[in-house]
Ligand binder design. Structure first.
Ligand SMILES: [Zn+2]
Length: 330
């Protein structure tokens, strides 16, 4: 779907609102205040359309109440357009470009970007435990230290950069989370949380995994230190390919990532990775090859907006944003 087709799909605010109502309430309208399924539209000459009254708590709500779009003064079509650009780019969109494309100022675009990332992160958290062959790896992300003449800064592990733990199932989704460090005490409970016990683990030579691997169906590792990158079916190439997309997103879009916002940036990279389908592509030599291709835009919208309610960003008194606790334990 190109931008022109996209504009034609959403010609008015009403169409955009109806689309959002279907995507945000896929199982029917519910009150975001109390969860009640009974509600009715409030009609009146002065009432804005899309306003409902709850039969349970008698509170009023719209489709954006208690979502990252809560209280937005922007047209819903601008939000959908921002979603379109975020979902369509292969490695993310900077707030500077997003601002130009959707016609808002950079500060607003930055907030819109994070609101969308918050839903992407919620989508990633809802994946549940990975199973089958699961590759584990760690990646260190963070800003470069200030340049100092003659000083060579260490890279990766042991620096102040954030440790990101990556778990990728070879034929399925990925998960990425910020962890404190790569010690057994930190990683063991984390891996048990994101990976099912019947999974076959593949890791590099990090010693911690030897002990962690005992809790799973099997564990094989490759030793990168002695230039061993694959041994039969044992490799972590999928995890490394995921890390490469993470690195590209970091280089391209979020050059400097603060610890506070890092989980949401990770959510974006994970969302993109998990919203692809295998597609058969004919090659020049006549053979076909399976490549991963992004799902259709509107399908990705539906996947994302399901997680809108309860994922809310609030402005802090310092003008930044904060993430309150989810409403329904999700
Ligand atoms: Zn209610």
């Amino acid at each position: 779907m190109n931008l022109n087709q996209f504009r034609k799909r959403f010609p008015t605010e009403d169409v955009a609102r109806k689309f959002l109502e279907k995507a945000i309430w896929p199982n029917g309208r519910f009150c975001p205040h109390c969860g009640c399924l009974k509600s009715w539209p409030i009609r009146g000459r002065t009432t804005r359309s899309g306003l409902y009254e709850c039969g349970g708590c008698h509170g009023q709500f719209t489709v954006t109440t208690k979502t990252p779009l809560h209280g937005t003064k922007l047209p819903l079509r601008i939000w959908l357009m921002a979603l379109y650009f975020m979902v369509n780019s292969s490695k993310g969109v900077s707030s500077v470009f997003l601002a130009k494309w959707i016609g808002v100022n950079q500060k607003t675009a930055w907030k819109i970007g994070h609101a969308i990332r918050a839903m992407m992160a919620a989508h990633g958290n809802a994946i549940g435990q990975l199973s089958g062959i699961v590759e584990l790896d760690e990646k260190y992300l963070g800003g470069k230290p200030r340049f100092q003449r003659g000083v060579k800064h260490p890279r990766g592990k042991g620096t102040r950069k954030s440790c990101v733990h990556v778990a990728v199932s070879r034929q399925g989704p990925a998960r990425a989370s910020v962890v404190d460090n790569d010690s057994y005490a930190t990683l063991a409970p984390h891996v048990r949380k994101v990976v099912a016990a019947d999974a076959q683990l593949m890791t590099d030579q990090l010693q911690t995994y030897v002990a962690i691997g005992k809790d799973f169906a099997s564990h094989e590792s490759v030793h990168h230190g002695i230039k061993e990158f694959a041994r039969g079916n044992a490799h972590v190439n999928t995890a490394e390919s995921f890390n490469a997309t993470l690195e590209r997103a970091k280089q391209g879009i979020f050059h400097y990532i603060s610890r506070q916002h890092l989980p949401r940036y990770l959510g974006e990279v994970v969302f993109r990775w998990n919203n692809r389908d295998p597609v058969e592509k004919k090659q020049r030599n006549g053979l076909s090859k399976i490549v991963m291709q992004a799902k259709p835009v509107l399908e990705q919208f539906d996947n994302l907006l399901k997680y809108a309610v309860g994922t809310q960003l609030r402005r802090t008194i310092y003008g930044g944003i904060a993430v309150p606790q989810p409403l329904f334990g999700g």
